[in-house]
Design a protein around this ligand. Structure first.
Ligand SMILES: C[S@@+](CC[C@H](N)C(=O)[O-])C[C@H]1O[C@@H](n2cnc3c(N)ncnc32)[C@H](O)[C@@H]1O
Length: 265
């Protein structure tokens, strides 16, 4: 996956017991009630996708959320734009959670859908256009979650027209090399010109889900630009967002959101 020998302090992706990731604990801490920072991210992602498809057309293709975990809001943000959405995930219990959401997702996700629906008309029309019950569309478009690793995307042909990756590349390893590799693998999965949104924890020291500690790579806005830069068109926007309710996800200073398009050449 990567070259070079890790220092003893490093925790590589393959060293982590991902099947100990507890989706219920994670949701309780992060997604039972929408946090202001997730609201701010969702608004920016909605606007980015709406503006992109208004300008370039091309609805109805395939979307991918990489390292989906027990978070449905990236998939909800992609819902109007895709005919098919792939949720790629490594951890068994998260895959079980995702499978259970396909035929009718839980009520906590309604708050996230409300944000997508409630913007200015030009940015929200595609979402409101799905009607009062987006669950039917979700069940139609979102595929059985795909078990696997982000790092396996490296060897595949770019196959997706739209992509999201939220709190993954920096939150699955302490290694800078693996972080960059993860970002590259995500971008490699996207077809030239594909719009994407990628969110990162800033200066994360790692995080706990229930009793289990998970590693993180301490990164900042500059590192996000460095990692994404070679793969993105020059008009990529990177925003740093504070979380006024700090410590919801402990040991970090804020969140970084990059919205852009996969570079054509
Ligand atoms: C911090 S969680 C983020 C989950 C979700 N995307 C979110 O926005 O809350 C990191 C996720 O990456 C998954 N993961 C870890 N290693 C992975 C890998 N090699 N490929 C794909 N997903 C992986 C974990 O199982 C977990 O669901």
């Amino acid at each position: 996956m990567t070259s070079g020998s890790p220092t003893t302090a490093e925790k590589l992706n393959a060293d982590v017991p991902w099947d100990a990731f507890d989706p219920d604990e994670y949701i309780k801490r992060n997604y039972l009630e929408i946090q202001p920072v997730d609201r701010a991210i969702l608004i920016r992602v909605r606007d980015h996708f709406s503006d992109h498809f208004a300008k370039h057309g091309g609805r109805g293709g395939s979307g991918i959320d990489v390292g989906a975990g027990p978070n449905l809001y990236p998939a909800l943000a992609m819902l109007p734009w895709c005919g098919r959405i792939t949720l790629l995930e490594r951890a068994e219990r998260n895959l079980t959670y995702l499978r259970g959401q396909l035929s009718g997702y839980d009520a906590n996700w309604d708050q996230f859908w409300e944000v997508l629906k409630s913007g200015p008309r030009d940015r929200s029309a595609a979402y409101t256009g799905l009607g009062a019950e987006p669950r039917a569309r979700f069940a139609d478009v979102v595929q059985e979650p795909l078990p696997g690793s982000l790092f396996d995307l490296r060897g595949r042909k770019p196959a997706w027209d739209l992509g999201t990756m939220f709190f993954v590349a920096e939150s699955i390893t302490t290694s800078l090399e693996e972080f960059r590799e993860g970002v590259g693998c995500f971008m490699n999965a996207l077809k030239p010109g594909a719009p994407f949104a990628a969110a990162f924890m800033e200066h994360s020291e790692g995080y706990r889900v229930g009793a289990q500690e998970f590693p993180a790579r301490d990164i900042d806005e500059r590192e996000v630009r460095t990692a994404l830069g070679p793969f993105a068109e020059a008009d990529m926007k990177v925003a740093c967002l504070d979380n006024p309710k700090q410590l919801i996800r402990h040991g970090y200073t804020g969140m970084i959101l990059a919205c852009g398009r996969r570079r054509k050449k």
